[in-house]
Design a protein around this ligand. Structure first.
Ligand code: FMN
Length: 326
C-alpha cells in the first residue's frame, strides 16, 4: 500500500510518520534510524548546543542513512539559533521545523534559501497564523501531547478535525499518538501525517537511559498524576502571575516559567527540556511519562524500524479488514 500524502511529498519520505524534537537528546542517534526506516527523523539543534556540533551531527546522520531528515529550531530554548539555522541551510537539510513561538523570520529565511519550513504549534489560532506567514505545513499538538502547552489548547481529535476545515496547508497531527489506530485516526481526521515524541523515546535507539523507557512502558494514562499533568487547567493565580512577567523576562526564561505553570509543577521543579536523561531519577521519570498520554499505547521498547513497521503493518491490516479488526 502507498502512504502518499502532501506531507510525504514535502518531506520526501515513504511514510507520513515524523519523529518529534527532543531538547536534550534529539540527535542523529534517533533521527537517522527513523529516516532509514521510511519515517522522517529530526535532529534538534538545541540538543547539540553549538553550531559546530550541529554540523557534525548532520554529517553523522548522513553517514547513517541516505534518506532525508530535518532540523528543529525551538525558539526561546535553542542556543545560537540564528547560527544553527544557517548551518542547517548551508548543509541543505531539506526541511526545517520551528517550534514554540513566533517563527516567521526563520521561516522566511529558510524558504528564501530554497528549503521547506514547517512550524509546530499547540492551537488552531497559531496554526492559522503560521499559514498566513506561508509555512509549508504545520504540526499541531493536542492537549494529550508532551511539549509546550497553551492555555487554549484542545484535545487532539477536536483540534485536528477543526484545523483541517480552516487550513489549506497540510496538517500534521501530534499529541498522544503511538500506534496504528492513532495513526489511522489522525489520517481519518484529515491530517496528512503524524508526529510522535514520547513513542519514539521508547525505542532502542533513543539515547536516554533504559530505565526511562521502562517507565514509559509502565505508566498508565489514567493515573491522576499523569492525567492531570496533561489535561488539568493551570491554577488561575499562577497563570495570571506568569502572564504578567512576559515583558520583564528574557523569552527563554519566561517560556520555561509558563511551561512549569501549564504543567502544574511547583515553582522549584527543574524543567527537564535540556536534560539528556542519562541519570535515573524517579521524579523525573514521572514528569517525562506524564508529559504525554501516548504512554497508554507504549507497551514495549522496540527499534525505531519495528515501531514504524508495526504502525504501517497493523494499519494496512485494519484497512484491508474494512476497519473493524479487533
Ligand atoms: C523529553 C521531551 C523533550 C522535548 N523537547 C522538545 C524541544 O526541545 N523542542 C520541541 O519543539 N519539542 C520538544 N518536545 C515535544 C515533542 O517534539 C513533541 O511535540 C511531543 O512529544 C508530541 O507529543 P507526544 O509526546 O504525545 O507524541 C519534547 C518532548 C519530550 C517528551
Amino acid at each position: 500500500m502507498q502512504w502518499k500524502t502532501r506531507v510525504t511529498e514535502l518531506l520526501g519520505c515513504e511514510y507520513p510518520i515524523i519523529q518529534g524534537a527532543f531538547g536534550g537528546f534529539g540527535t542523529s542517534a534517533i533521527a537517522a534510524p527513523v529516516s532509514a526506516a521510511g519515517g522522517f527523523g529530526i535532529i534538534t539543534a538545541g540538543a547539540l548546543r553549538t553550531p559546530e556540533r550541529l554540523r557534525q551531527d548532520i554529517a553523522k546522520a548522513r553517514s547513517m542513512t541516505d534518506k532525508p531528515f530535518g532540523v528543529n529550531l525551538s525558539i526561546g530554548i535553542c542556543p545560537h539559533i540564528d547560527e544553527m539555522r544557517e548551518v542547517a541551510i548551508e548543509e541543505r537539510v531539506p526541511v526545517i521545523f520551528t517550534a514554540a513561538y513566533r517563527a516567521d523570520d526563520h521561516g522566511k529565511r529558510v524558504q528564501q534559501a530554497g528549503l521547506k519550513w514547517v512550524h509546530k504549534v499547540a492551537t488552531i489560532k497559531h496554526a492559522l497564523a503560521a499559514e498566513r506567514q506561508r509555512a509549508d505545513a504545520v504540526v499541531i499538538v493536542g492537549l494529550e501531547g508532551a511539549g509546550f502547552k497553551n492555555i487554549t489548547q484542545l484535545p487532539t481529535l477536536i483540534t485536528i478535525t477543526t484545523a483541517v476545515r480552516l487550513l489549506r496547508i497540510p496538517v500534521i497531527a501530534a499529541g498522544g499518538i503511538g500506534d496504528a489506530r492513532g495513526f489511522l485516526a489522525a489520517l481519518g481526521m484529515g491530517a496528512e501525517g503524524i508526529y510522535m515524541g514520547t513513542s519514539f523515546m521508547a525505542t532502542k535507539e533513543c539515547p536516554i537511559s533504559d530505565r526511562y523507557k521502562q517507565a514509559l512502558v509502565a505508566a498508565q494514562p489514567w493515573d491522576p498524576e499523569y492525567r492531570d499533568r496533561a489535561l488539568a487547567p493551570p491554577r488561575p493565580e499562577e497563570y495570571q502571575r506568569v502572564m504578567r512577567e512576559r515583558e520583564s523576562l528574557p523569552l527563554g526564561q519566561w517560556l520555561m516559567n509558563l511551561e512549569r505553570v501549564l504543567l502544574k509543577e511547583t515553582p522549584d521543579t527543574p524543567i527537564d527540556w535540556e536534560s539528556d536523561y542519562q541519570e535515573w531519577d524517579p521524579e523525573v521519570a514521572l514528569r517525562i511519562s506524564g508529559g504525554s498520554l501516548a504512554v497508554g499505547v507504549i507497551d514495549k521498547v522496540v527499534t525505531a524500524k519495528e515501531l514504524i513497521d508495526s504502525i504501517i503493518g497493523e494499519a494496512e491490516k485494519i484497512l484491508s479488514s474494512g476497519g473493524c479488526i479487533s
